[in-house]
Design a protein around this ligand. Structure first.
Ligand SMILES: [Mg+2]
Length: 415
């Protein structure tokens, strides 16, 4: 059961103009799809970052991975560390784990297909049949405007630039997907406006847990003030400010727990975050923490040190959603609805429809072998062509924001 090939395919897929603390999502989001071939026959799927640097690293470890047993993921991780770590590569542990995570998921998908079991069974088995996700709201423009001769790109969501726009967006998302909790990506407008947005959501959807994530756009003083204003309204406050020390200062004065995917991002920062009491909730993400098994280990770490665990998301498609669902199903300590961008990007999914679906805001764990999803090769080819034609190799929300609004300044903290 040896790995005989590793096929790396960069893709670009449609993304609406979502706003965040560093700018605006561009019309195309980038991603990489990996097909890991075992014995020339079984194919395991992986999905991850579409940044050029990650694609180059994946391609450069092909010769290291080919020839290894598909079950030897620890050995493969060590080989990747050897390739990129130390004096030769000089990559940080996080950078190495970004590469390994995509390959690990593909290995687990192939293992499951070989054994005829779902991936969650390779992780200790599911402790829940379906994984709840949150409605992930964004301030957003009313479609991508015309630019450089390109026609405008409308979408069905409409604008969300004030509390009523957010409520309308939440209504659309909850009506279609049934989500039972809401997250707002903030850090876009002055906090008083975003507080008004959260209050409007609380009024419209009483009882639904609410979160806001300004991605470090606020100073310590502003963060403390927002925490006071939204006391009793938020289930957690995500990355209001930047850095373990600043977060610790806010955490000591906030009534709700602080959550993060920005300051506790590795085993090293985990230890420091625990010592400083910077956060109460760690947002896992298998793409950054080194795959599904390391994510389960993160759950054990959080449990040991008295921290809660939730899950972070970036723009992604169905292979990632399947992987997120399997690991969330198999992680007992995960105690919150997970984040997902899937509603924003699902129209371009590389996975054949039918398996991934939302029932009352939760994705039933796919029951087929491996991840349980099937690659649509026609869509993959179309999205790869789109990637090549776009000429893009990196994500740059700030540059796009500046093309729409010259002089846009992404400096943080902004408020
Ligand atoms: Mg976040």
């Amino acid at each position: 059961m040896l790995i005989t090939d590793l096929i790396v395919t960069p893709i670009a897929f449609a993304d609406p103009p979502l706003l965040n603390s560093t700018g605006v999502h561009e019309p195309l989001a980038l991603r990489t799809i990996v097909q890991l071939v075992v014995d020339g026959d079984v194919v395991g799927l992986g999905e991850g970052s579409g940044e050029r640097v990650v694609i180059d690293r994946l391609k450069s470890v092909r010769d290291v991975v080919v020839g290894q047993s598909v079950f030897a993921t620890s050995a493969i991780e060590a080989l990747i560390d050897e390739t990129f770590g130390g004096d030769g590569g000089g990559l940080s542990r996080i950078e190495r784990r970004v590469v390994f995570s995509i390959i690990e998921v593909a290995c687990l998908d192939a293992q499951g297909k070989l054994l005829g079991v779902p991936v969650c069974d390779l992780l200790g088995g599911a402790v829940r049949d379906a994984v709840p996700y949150s409605a992930y709201l964004f301030y957003k423009l009313d479609g991508h405007p015309a630019l450089d001769g390109r026609p405008p790109i409308p979408d069905s969501w409409g604008p969300a630039l004030d509390p009523s726009g957010l409520v309308a967006q939440a209504r659309l998302m909850i009506d279609e997907f049934g989500f039972g909790s809401i997250k707002l990506k903030g850090g876009v407008f002055p906090p008083v406006e975003e507080i008004a947005g959260i209050r409007a959501l609380a009024e419209e959807f009483p009882g639904l847990p609410l979160r806001i994530d300004p991605n470090g756009a606020w100073s310590v003083a502003t963060s403390i003030q927002v925490a006071r204003d939204l006391s009793g309204v938020l289930e957690y406050l995500e990355d209001p400010t930047l850095g373990l020390d600043a977060m610790a200062t806010v955490a000591a004065r906030a009534s709700m727990p602080l959550a993060t995917n920005m300051c506790v991002v590795s085993v090293e920062s985990f230890a420091e975050g625990v010592a400083k009491k910077s956060v109460g909730v760690v947002l896992s993400d298998h793409h950054y923490w080194g795959g599904l098994r390391h994510t389960r280990e993160l759950g054990a770490l959080c449990d040991t040190f008295g921290l809660a665990m939730s899950m972070h998301s970036n723009s992604h498609l169905g292979i990632s959603l399947a992987a997120m669902t399997h690991v969330a199903a198999a992680t007992p300590h995960l105690g919150y609805a997970c984040d997902t961008h899937y509603p924003w990007n699902r129209s371009d999914d590389v996975v054949k429809p039918g398996v991934l679906r939302f029932v009352d805001g939760a994705v039933p764990v796919p029951s087929g072998p491996g991840l349980g999803v099937e690659l649509d090769h026609d869509v993959l080819e179309r999205l790869h062509r789109q990637y090549v034609d776009s000429g893009r190799t990196t994500r740059d929300d700030t540059a796009y924001a500046r093309r729409l609004k010259p002089g846009y300044d992404p400096i943080l903290p902004r408020y």
